[in-house]
Design a protein around this ligand. Structure first.
Ligand code: TYM
Length: 335
């Protein structure tokens, strides 16, 4: 067996701000599962990122447990991968401060997620939301991850992590691995079912826009039946002209482990109603065992607490080493 030194290292995380969506699964977690088979993986519930928006303490507590249990139910193996909660490893916040001081103001200001939120005119936006991608960089760089499995919406943040790593390495000496994003071939961006021009997101107002992994079968059927398509009848993968149909083909292909072109061939000559129905059934089939496992794991508080503790201890060992090295290179006597 390869040792950790020889093996490629993977890092990724998800915010516990709500339930996991089909977009989270297809864009990110599906790759987390595949990479877990070959590489040394660190996966985190990014609870420090979650407090950049208003969230009640009780909600944050229970959503962190929900996310952790869901990741285990989906197949992240806590004995194999290092699965942990970000705030349990204090080095994340500590390295984030150092990296704040290696990031130019203009670089952070260019991040589109921040720009989009600030353009909505909310003057109560906090500074954490602005420096959020720098905390992400700290998450990744602490573990010297080569690959970061994420969806398309996180690509710009990953680019910033690369810039900051390169800057630190050239200012001091080679310290951080410069990470690469790892995206699914299809499904790096799953679109809203009610508006296939925008990302599927948990925060959408329309209840039918987003499938949650905990939705029951009837809800999934209803949401897919109502998915917006177009006024034609032909099923074809064409993201420009047929965004809704292409999104459904992508979802179908992903949850049945085929590719989009094979899905397109399978549905040639079929109706939109058939595409929606078969996609709903495929999603339900994929989620059925997950939902059952989730219910069991989520109620086992002692098991979850033990997993979180073990994961944080393993993560902290690596994280502490990296942070110590960084402090020494900078001249901080805490190293
Ligand atoms: P978050 O919690 O918003 O999303 C988690 C992951 O799901 C992907 N994703 C999608 N992929 C395809 N289609 C969609 N509609 C869709 N919606 C979400 C996201 O790209 C992401 O990979 N800041 C991060 C969490 C984070 C992180 C990190 C990620 C914190 N530290 C370090 C990577 C490395 C976030 O808010 O993701």
């Amino acid at each position: 067996m390869e040792t950790q030194q020889e093996q490629k290292i993977i890092f990724s995380a998800i915010k516990p701000t709500g339930e996991l969506t089909l977009g989270n699964y297809i864009g990110a977690v599906k790759n987390w599962l595949a990479l877990q088979e070959q590489y040394f993986c660190y996966y985190a519930a990014a609870d420090l990122h979650a407090i950049t928006v208003d969230i009640a303490a009780a909600d944050l507590r229970s959503r962190t447990l929900d996310l952790f249990a869901m990741l285990v139910a989906l197949g992240i193996n806590p004995d194999k991968s290092v699965l942990f909660v970000q705030s349990h490893v204090s080095a994340h916040a500590e390295l984030a401060w150092v990296l704040n001081c290696c990031t130019q103001f203009g670089e952070a200001r260019r991040m589109t997620q921040f720009k989009d939120k600030s353009l909505k005119g909310d003057d109560k936006l906090n500074v954490g939301l602005f420096s959020y991608p720098i905390l992400m960089a700290a998450d990744i760089l602490l573990y010297n991850a080569q690959y970061v499995p994420i969806g398309k919406d996180q690509q710009q943040h990953l680019e910033l992590a690369r810039t900051v790593a390169e800057r630190f390495n050239s200012r001091y000496s080679p310290t951080f691995t410069v990470p690469q994003g790892f995206y699914p071939q299809f499904g790096a961006k799953i679109y809203s079912l009610s508006n296939p021009k925008v990302k599927m997101a948990k925060s959408e107002d329309d209840v039918n826009a987003c499938v949650f992994l905990t939705d029951d079968a009837d809800v999934i059927r209803r949401k897919l039946r109502r998915a917006v398509t177009d006024s034609e009848t032909e099923i074809r993968y064409d993201t420009e002209l047929k965004a809704g149909v292409s999104n459904l083909l992508t979802i179908y292909a992903s949850v049945t482990d085929t590719d989009v072109l094979a899905a397109e061939a399978e549905f040639r000559g079929k109706t939109y109603a058939q595409l929606k129905e078969k996609t709903a059934e495929a999603v339900i089939e994929r989620l059925r065992p997950v939902t059952e496992r989730f219910k069991k794991i989520r109620t086992d508080k002692a098991y979850l607490a033990a997993c979180m503790k073990a994961g944080a201890e393993r993560a902290a060992q690596t994280a502490r080493k990296t942070l110590g090295k960084v402090y020494r290179k900078i001249g901080l006597s805490g190293g």
